[in-house]
Design a protein around this ligand. Structure first.
Ligand SMILES: NC(=O)c1ccc[n+]([C@@H]2O[C@H](COP(=O)([O-])OP(=O)(O)OC[C@H]3O[C@@H](n4cnc5c(N)ncnc54)[C@H](O)[C@@H]3O)[C@@H](O)[C@H]2O)c1
Length: 387
């Protein structure tokens, strides 16, 4: 995929520093600072192909500084910043990133707080996304090539399955495992690229997310003066297994999984495996890594002692205890240099989906995963030395 740049004239699209380059394609400094994204741009010939020209973009994403870089790249690939809408997840949105996006001319929809904390955060998020999709539906077909959706949790797709008339006008990239799993279960009339379950993401992102989670968990527990010896992991998939291996250094870790092969893997890794009810009686803290609901209010009377519940996935759907949940995110859990990996994979997914002909969920191209992985490994090594 990598090739020499050949365009004679490239204008960076109103996003970030404007640059006109003659003879060979060069990236704005703001993108060059992120070598993995820069490599993806070069390898995918983004400057030459301008894949996003004429497209509206809807990004349902954590508004962290690395999102600015991803959207810079999408604009470098031809998108008009005034046609980009970001719907943030209020619990994770960082004001500085939001202001940067708005400063560039993108629309950011994020009330920064929940209207009703007694229901899932996903309800309000879904409403905001639905209204952006309806707005797009009223754009004349001659005025847009379509709507490119950078989705997290298949939020847009949950709405779009009820609007089959829009299928010919939308394309999506899915970033989360739970979103991809849900997409597996529905008939899609439009293409979606599955970045969520790409090998590159599982192998490189999951350890970073797990490391960041364990560090934050230790900080919070120390603040409360809580010392733990037994921890239960519910969901022994990509995230759960990584968390368990980190926590097993100084805790006894138990696991639970409804999938027999993952439960067997936990046993092979040396963990005691129980059903959820038994596990909850053994441990002081449960980390949910399922992406599915684990307990509801109705289950609470079963617990006759203090049990700390930690959501190891995104959003608030694992412990359906709305009104009691404290979403707290004091900073960006991963630095933009770390998270450029996922942003680069999403960029690659976006290029792939724009050019794909079929419908339904398709895996992210393996070759570009290899290129992104190779570009990321030296950064990972450098970050490991400095932390
Ligand atoms: N993989 C990542 O890098 C990553 C990063 C951040 C957040 N997340 C989020 O973490 C969650 C888990 O992701 P993953 O990649 O580990 O998924 P995964 O599919 O690899 O693992 C999920 C596991 O949970 C099990 N499970 C599902 N429902 C269960 C239930 N009710 N009780 C017990 N086990 C159950 C499944 O059998 C599976 O083994 C998802 O919400 C995902 O979006 C993942």
């Amino acid at each position: 995929m990598h090739g020499s740049a050949a365009a004679s004239s490239v204008e960076c699209c109103g996003y970030g520093r404007r640059a006109r380059v003659h003879g060979s394609v060069s990236l704005p400094d703001a993108l060059e600072e992120y070598p993995v994204i820069a490599e993806a741009i070069r390898s995918l010939h983004v400057a030459e192909r301008m894949p996003f020209s004429g497209w509206h973009v809807l990004a349902i994403q954590h508004v962290h500084s690395s999102l600015v870089v991803l959207l810079d790249a999408i604009c470098f690939g031809g998108a008009d910043v005034s046609q980009i809408t970001v719907v943030g997840k209020s619990y994770s949105t960082r004001r500085q990133a939001m202001n940067l996006l708005r400063g560039r001319g993108a629309r950011v929809i994020d009330p920064l707080r929940m209207r009703d904390p007694c229901q899932s955060f996903e309800v309000e998020l879904g409403e905001r996304v639905a209204s952006v999709i309806e707005e797009f539906a009223s754009v004349r077909e001659s005025d847009s090539k379509g709507l490119l959706i950078l989705d997290e949790g298949a939020v847009a797709s949950h709405y779009l399955v009820g609007r089959p008339d829009l299928a010919g006008r939308v394309r999506a990239v899915e970033q989360t495992t739970r979103g991809a799993r849900w997409l597996d279960s529905v008939r899609l009339g439009y293409p979606v690229v599955d970045v969520a379950r790409s090998a590159a993401k599982a192998e490189l992102e999951a350890p970073m997310v797990a490391g960041s989670m364990v560090a934050e968990l230790s900080r919070v527990l120390a603040q409360f003066g809580t010392k733990l010896s037994q921890i239960g992991i519910v969901g022994y998939g990509t995230m759960g297994a990584r968390l368990a291996s980190l926590l097993a250094h100084d805790h006894t870790v138990y696991a639970s999984d409804i999938d027999d092969s993952n439960a067997a893997r936990a046993r092979a890794d040396g963990l005691e495996v129980h059903d959820f009810a038994t596990l909850a009686n053994e441990v002081q803290l449960v980390i949910g890594c399922t992406g599915n609901g684990i307990i509801t209010e109705a289950d609470l009377p079963r617990f006759d002692r203090e049990l700390i519940l930690v959501n190891g996935a995104s959003s608030d759907i694992e412990f359906k205890l709305w009104g009691r949940i404290n979403f707290h995110c004091p900073g960006e859990p991963l630095t933009p240099q770390q998270f450029q990996l996922t942003r680069a994979l999403m960029l690659a997914g976006a290029v792939q989906v724009i050019e794909s002909e079929g419908t339904g969920l398709a895996p992210l191209n393996g070759q570009i995963q290899g290129i992104i992985t190779a570009a990321y490994l030296p950064i990972q090594a450098r970050l490991a030395v400095t932390t």
